[in-house]
Ligand binder design. Structure first.
Ligand SMILES: Cc1cc2nc3c(=O)[nH]c(=O)nc-3n(C[C@H](O)[C@H](O)[C@H](O)COP(=O)(O)OP(=O)(O)OC[C@H]3O[C@@H](n4cnc5c(N)ncnc54)[C@H](O)[C@@H]3O)c2cc1C
Length: 385
């Protein structure tokens, strides 16, 4: 077992760090304030392969492992949490499309998504189906060689400014088995978007509701076969959870790095803050917890790469642990800056606001615990190795 990054991984990490330092970090505060979705930078990310990191090569992606992708996303998140988080959702959509769509649908979308020429949204949540996603009501009725979609989605990242909607909709009876997944052009007739939501964080990416009113799509826009949709959505989310957890790790590292510098610069009681043992122990704990979170995320990514039977549980554990722990690290880093930490002139309050939602979306952390507990309490073998 080798825990060290190999040469390729070090090179990916350096490349992503340079992109984050040049393209993301200098603009992140401005984008947050102006609620600007930096599509132009996402396109440049696409030129470097960052829009299809783990999308198979035949779909125009780089075909990297989830572990390699996590190493890259971590560096990018340290530059701008919210832009990188959107990019991870786009990568998830790109992978789902390239993995499960029909050949004609792939021909239409795969390369465009991988190159960042077109952007994607993942559309699962509905007003009355959040944590209980399998109870969703948006329906897709087959009519000849078409499907007609009616219903509505809420809280959709990128919606209104993306090109492809990956929509989970009901094609038959109740429960998860009645759900199918569809690739829907975002400008199809019958689709309308709600107002841009005002949010605590993630301000540089739009979040909107979507209404589908008799939206007609070709039958070959179905991913997999009818009834596969929930399984496909959850497979996408396994990777999505690793990615969001990774964004928390990158953000927490940026927060800790900032706080460490401040500890040396700021003096009180005639000494630098770094000389107070209470603060030394605080950063020692922060660093320890950050390393634990990073290792757990990479372990989950590796389980996903190796198709381990418990990969979904690992992804849930990593998401629960890393997003909680890293949010606390951002909060402690803010505390180290005292009043300055609360001011928008410094990035700490943005780190905190942006990483808060990671504990809520792609399944709340309570739902992560439901998944983990079900695995260890209900299934036959309760030991996860
Ligand atoms: C900024 C943002 C972006 C988002 N982007 C997307 C997107 O791109 N695509 C998409 O499909 N969705 C997206 N979501 C939706 C997100 O995934 C849901 O908000 C989330 O899954 C929770 O659903 P809910 O808001 O309906 O909360 P609810 O399901 O109503 O939950 C409310 C509370 O009850 C708890 N709870 C619910 N059931 C249980 C249970 N069985 N046991 C214990 N506790 C429980 C929850 O943990 C939570 O604390 C986004 C959300 C936000 C805030």
């Amino acid at each position: 077992m080798d825990f060290e990054l190999n040469e390729d991984q070090l090179a990916y990490s350096d490349m992503a760090k340079a992109f984050a330092e040049n393209e993301l970090a200098p603009n992140a505060a401005h984008w947050d304030e102006q609620q600007h979705f930096p599509v132009e930078v996402l396109k440049r990310a696409g030129e470097m392969g960052l829009c299809g990191l783990y999308t198979p090569e035949e779909g125009g992606g780089l075909g990297l492992s989830r572990l390699d992708s996590s190493i890259i996303f971590e560096q990018m998140a340290a530059g701008c949490t919210a832009t990188t988080a959107y990019l991870t959702i786009h990568n998830m959509v790109s992978w789902m499309l390239s993995t499960f769509a029909t050949d004609s649908c792939k021909a239409q979308w795969s390369e465009a998504l991988s190159s960042g020429d077109k952007l994607g949204s993942y559309c699962l949540t509905e007003p009355n189906a959040g944590s209980d996603a399998a109870s969703l009501k948006t329906n897709a009725r087959k009519q000849g060689d078409k499907y007609i979609i009616n219903g509505g989605k809420v809280f959709i990242s990128g919606a209104g400014e993306t090109d492809l909607l990956l929509v989970m909709a009901r094609t038959s009876g109740k429960g998860a088995k009645g759900i199918s997944a569809f690739a829907v052009a975002a400008d199809s007739a019958g689709i309308s978007y709600g107002r841009k939501e005002k949010k605590m964080g993630w301000n540089c990416q739009p979040t909107r509701s979507i209404t589908f009113e008799n939206v007609e799509i070709d039958a070959d826009c179905l991913l997999g076969t009818e009834g596969d949709g929930f399984k496909i959505a959850m497979q996408g989310l396994d990777g999505g959870r690793v990615n969001i957890a990774t964004c928390s790790v990158g953000t927490a590292q940026a927060a800790l790095t900032y706080a460490l510098r401040y500890l040396h610069e700021r003096q009180q009681f005639g000494r630098e803050l770094a000389s107070f043992q209470a603060l030394q122990f605080k950063v020692a704990n922060m660093n320890t917890e950050l390393v634990a979170a990073r290792q757990m995320v990479r372990l989950a990514a590796s389980k996903l790469d190796n198709k381990h039977p418990d990969r979904s549980t690992y992804c849930a554990m990593a998401k629960r642990f890393a997003t909680d722990v890293c949010f606390n690290i951002c909060d402690e880093a803010l505390q180290i800056l005292g009043g300055n930490g609360y001011m928008q002139e410094y990035p700490l309050e943005r780190y905190l606001r942006d990483s808060r939602v990671h504990r809520i979306l792609e399944g709340t952390n309570e739902i992560m615990n439901v998944i983990i507990a079900r695995r260890i309490l209900i299934e036959e073998t309760n030991q996860i190795l």
